[in-house]
Design a protein around this ligand. Structure first.
Ligand SMILES: O=P(O)(O)OC[C@H]1O[C@](O)(CO)[C@@H](O)[C@@H]1O
Length: 241
């Protein structure tokens, strides 16, 4: 079941999401958080930084796992998700670097990297996972027709996903063709999930999520089988639902 919260706009969506996170962070003793990249959660991260500065929350006892990383981009590549997370959140808060986990997209043995990442999550089950939504319904980098039983694995990125993310690269050729992502089953094992969506370009995907059937052709629909998932979407994203 999806618990849907309507927000006015991006700012309001980010505020509502931050409120929920502050609540969970303060309720859990040693929170294990799952973070997402992309433009959607940036506003929440900005607000979490402020809350941390005001000492309304602390990340000192937080362990984190990120959903995904491009294959072939080093940590210091400006387009790596490692770089994104440090620039947008981690370097501004009191989280312990040793407790941050992001898949290594340049690991010499990528299969082994996936297995080890999956095992780490099994050993440290995620309490609260943030998700964005791809225009094709992807969550993490699980593209349409990924098995709902998938675990951390390497994916070939959809052309539509590469195009959607091309805005961050100087040319389409530079957009990686592969990524490591938590699988859908990995994501579903988080105790709580929060999916965010903003803007009219997400309206079709949000409508399909809310009104469509549960199908592997639309990865985000798996969330309807989860016990505790909140969708926070703004008016533009909810326009077709
Ligand atoms: O938030 P954005 O930039 O719209 O991206 C949506 C989703 O697409 C990804 O950026 C991957 O393409 C995810 O990380 C994100 O959840």
């Amino acid at each position: 079941m999806l618990d849907i919260i309507q927000a006015k706009n991006y700012e309001d969506m980010s505020e509502k999401a931050c409120e929920i996170m502050v609540d969970r962070l303060n309720a859990l003793i040693n929170p294990i958080l799952g973070f997402a990249t992309g433009s959607t959660p940036e506003g929440v991260y900005k607000q979490l930084i402020e809350k941390n500065k005001e000492k309304a929350i602390s990340f000192q006892n937080v362990m984190s796992f990120n959903l995904d990383e491009y294959v072939g981009l080093k940590k210091d590549d400006p387009n790596s998700y490692y770089h994104f997370m440090f620039q947008k959140l981690f370097k501004h808060i009191d989280i312990l670097t040793d407790w941050i986990h992001i898949p290594n997209g340049v690991a010499p043995d990528l299969e082994k990297e996936c297995d080890e990442y999956e095992q780490l999550i099994r050993d440290h089950p995620i309490d609260f996972q943030i998700l964005g939504l791809g225009v094709n319904g992807h969550i993490g980098f699980n593209e349409p027709n990924t098995s709902f039983s998938s675990r951390t694995h390497i994916v070939e990125l959809d052309e539509s996903t590469r195009q959607a993310n091309a805005r961050f690269f100087t040319s389409m050729n530079e957009v990686p063709t592969k990524a490591i992502t938590m699988g859908i089953q990995t994501i579903m094992e988080s105790k709580e999930l929060m999916l965010l969506a903003s803007g009219s370009h997400k309206a079709d995907a949000v409508a399909k999520l809310i009104n469509g059937e549960i199908s592997e052709s639309f990865p985000a629909s798996a969330l309807k089988n989860h016990q505790k998932v909140t969708v926070i979407a703004d008016e533009a994203a909810l326009a077709k639902a």
